[in-house]
Design a protein around this ligand. Sequence first.
Ligand code: BG6
Length: 483
Amino acid sequence: MVSRVIPVEPFDLVIFGATGDLSRRKILPGLFRRLLAGQMPVEARIIGAARSDMDTDGFREMVRAALAEFEPACKTHPDECELFLGLLDYIPIDALGGKGWKSLGKLLRKEVVTAFYLSVGPSLFGEIAHRLHTNGIARPDSRIVVEKPLGHDLESARLLNRQLAECFAECQIYRIDHYLGKETVQNLMALRFANALFEPLWNARHIDHVQITVAESIGVEGRGGYYDKSGALRDMVQNHLMQLLCLTAMEPPARFNADFVRDEKLKVIRSLDPLKVGDTVRGQYRAGADGGSYLDDAENPDSRTESFVALKVEVENWRWAGTPFYLRTGKRLRARMSEISIIFKDPPHSIFPDMENRKGNALIIRLQPDEGINLRMTIKEPGQGGMRLTEVPLDMSFAEALGADVVVPDAYERLVMDVIRGDQTLFMRGDEVEEAWAWIDPLVAAWEEGSDRPRPYDAGGSGPEDALALLHRDGRKWREIEV
Ligand code: BG6
């Protein structure tokens, strides 16, 4: 199967913080891959803007080195690589001062889409937005792109939203959650709303519970300074897991457009029962067979920051009342594995003797690695005398089903092209971000007030014992963390 690529219109994309890590690792290689895929017009321009005093040639050399390091295709496509480097420009700019803004204004073309990607620390978002506005650089149709952390609590998120709103309309603001750019996350919407099969069963009458797991095998990896102030709840749950929960639980939007989808997600967040501390578990990895302890990387040697969270979440609405959602995420776990598991109820009446030994029907949506869908079915065990039952998976891996020709764009590629197209469906709206913080904040406060430390778990394990108990006490069991 060959995927269709629709080229976007010419644009000027300004990347603030263009010399930084995210830009070098993700944004610029992603843009190069879009050029290879034929989606980027040759009239496009990518303008690096950063503090470093270099010229355009210097920037091109920096990007050449970044591509050589992070994008193997630049070796096999040297001509396209030169073409890409030719689209680059650079302006030294001082986000907090006057330098560079006039030159940037002059450089931008009036007749093409302009987008400003703020790949900088969140403390600069408001400043840059303000300077783009007061220097007359941003136009009413320009787009501004920001990425988490979008505040660290409700108050700071509101402040950030206000600062952006002073200079840009909501329809110009693109808040990235890179999980929404992942192909399988979007496929969750296709699975639910483009198939008649699941939707009639997608409710508390037929679903026993839902498990959402985002397990990472890596640790904090030198980001101890940031992570210690954040922890897994703010770093992963408030945004990525919340988005997965919303897409799983939301009502079908009347149309697939930005505000319809975001309205439905917002309704889910508003339906969440306040979290009870007793329904939450936080953990911190200690040295195990698979590596050192969290405290080796933490800034504070006595840190109580959680590198693991498990939550029992109740969505109080007609569709879900009585069906809990269990969320867990953690670093330094046994494997990198993200999935959404829909565990169905048993048939109302059993006519077979050994029904109770089954685990029952489950739909597993594997987000990473090896994206795919797995439906656990009960069948008759072959060849046995009598009616013995067994369980088998109906397993579909996207890579196998779609064929090797299909290149799935990575999340950033997809999202940056959506910015240029002016499609906000896969971006968070300001009210969504605020509601998510409003739900998280009381738990942060309760944890901070309490004297408990996070529960220890071994690096390379499955998380703390208490997380297992969170489901056991409800007569349920987490799926194994494995590849
Ligand atoms: C980031 C978090 O948002 O997502 C990181 O800050 C985390 O801590 C990362 O490792 C996970 O993303 P992915 O795409 O690798 O699952």
